[in-house]
Design a protein around this ligand. Structure first.
Ligand SMILES: C=CC1=C(C)c2cc3[nH]c(cc4nc(cc5[nH]c(cc1n2)c(C)c5CCC(=O)O)C(CCC(=O)O)=C4C)c(C)c3C=C
Ligand SMILES: [Fe+2]
Ligand SMILES: [Fe+2]
Length: 340
């Protein structure tokens, strides 16, 4: 395979940047998805409580600035572009700009560590639609591999976890319960990808480096209709149960399923989960996501370098090994129903 690339494309979710953006943004997110309108309006309210601005776009700008510095200092010297699925800058506009700039082939960094329809296949479909919209001469985009078990992601997450643990009074710190949190998805969708397996693996890799804390993998931000089964346990139900059992004083949430502190982290964890904790008498601390942690930024450069070099040295911790560079045809299918 030809390993020559002339740009990097950061591919992300996008978020509203003012009150008037919120509803059209959410309509983009939920197009074709089985999510009740009441849930959309409820989420809209979360965004409006923060002035209608999701921090995600600002965080992606910061990520790109950090990566630009990293590439300027260490190479490869490649320009970085940015396109979103749901809000400006949209992928179609970005690919049109890339074509105008003469870019022919880019490496795509998706802001998702774990394989799921949303974090893998849907982004690939988004890119394909953007290429079709741009027409002849649209750049090719090759996706970088999923990094859930890359040492750079695990080390940066570990560092963030240690910072949050330091907020727990020293005499209770060793007993603190760790909750690794990720976006819930419908069980049918989970059956079509390795999302749960990879989450369990990454949580295990972080927890075994963190010490002997009890830990659990929990889910947040569920959006489906009540009759549709989604991945559980829900983080708020779990904290409530811990409170009822009366044995846990402190919980540290590690939002391992996300790479930046966007609205689903700020509202669903810092507002909702912390509120539930205070109602049931549990002290809740929340680790920052990897964001622009220097080890995470270096990891992105390492992923770019290994792909350009076509090297067999593809670092990965734990039993699952490095994820594929090129997705197989059935990767992260959009399964909407479990066949019985
Ligand atoms: C069927 C699955 C999903 C529905 C429905 C869903 C609704 C929904 N999501 C957001 C906001 C965000 N979701 C993010 C990540 C994310 N979402 C899903 C699945 C569903 N979301 C997954 C599996 C993931 C993780 C993988 C990924 O795509 O990143 C994010 C973070 C994006 C990022 O780049 O970090 C946000 C933000 C809303 C507002 C919403 C409907 C109300
Ligand atoms: Fe989502
Ligand atoms: Fe995939």
């Amino acid at each position: 395979m030809n390993n020559e690339y002339d740009a990097i494309l950061v591919v992300s979710f996008g978020g509203p940047e003012g009150p008037d953006d919120v509803i059209p943004f959410l309509e983009n997110v939920l197009r074709g998805k089985n999510v009740p309108r009441e849930r959309m309006l409820e989420v809209a309210e979360h965004y409006q409580q923060f002035g209608g601005v999701s921090p995600i776009n600002g965080q992606n700008r910061a990520l790109i600035a950090a990566l630009e510095q990293e590439l300027a200092a260490n190479g490869p010297q490649l320009p970085i572009y940015w396109g979103n699925r749901n809000w400006h800058p949209l992928l179609t506009d970005t690919l049109a700009q890339m074509k105008q700039d003469g870019i022919q082939r880019a490496l795509g960094f998706f802001t998702s560590a774990f394989s799921s329809y949303s974090g893998c296949r849907q982004y690939r479909e988004d890119i394909q639609q953007a290429q079709e919209a741009v027409g002849a001469g649209a750049p090719e985009v090759d996706k970088l591999r999923m990094f859930f078990n890359h040492p750079g992601f695990i080390e940066a997450t570990l560092d963030r976890a240690r910072e949050a643990l330091a907020e727990i009074p020293e005499e209770r710190r060793e007993q603190a319960t760790i909750l690794f949190s990720a976006h819930s998805i419908p069980l049918a969708m989970a059956a079509g990808c390795r999302y749960e397996t990879q989450l369990k693996d990454a949580a295990q890799l972080v927890s075994e480096r963190l010490g002997t804390h009890p830990w659990h993998l929990v889910y947040q931000s569920r959006s489906g209709p009540p009759h549709q089964p989604w991945l559980e346990p829900d983080i708020c139900d779990f904290i409530t149960e811990l409170g009822q059992q009366g044995e846990v004083q402190d919980v540290v949430i590690i939002p391992i399923g996300f790479v930046s502190d966007h609205m689903e982290v700020l509202f669903d964890l810092d507002t909702e989960a912390k509120q539930v904790g205070s109602e049931v008498g549990i002290n809740v601390a929340r680790a920052k996501t990897v964001g622009v942690h220097p080890r995470f930024i270096t990891m992105i450069r390492e992923l770019i370098e290994e792909r350009i070099a076509g090297t067999a040295d593809r670092p990965a911790l734990g039993p699952l090994g490095p994820n594929h560079d090129v997705c197989p045809v059935d990767c992260c299918l959009r399964v909407t129903e479990i066949k019985r």
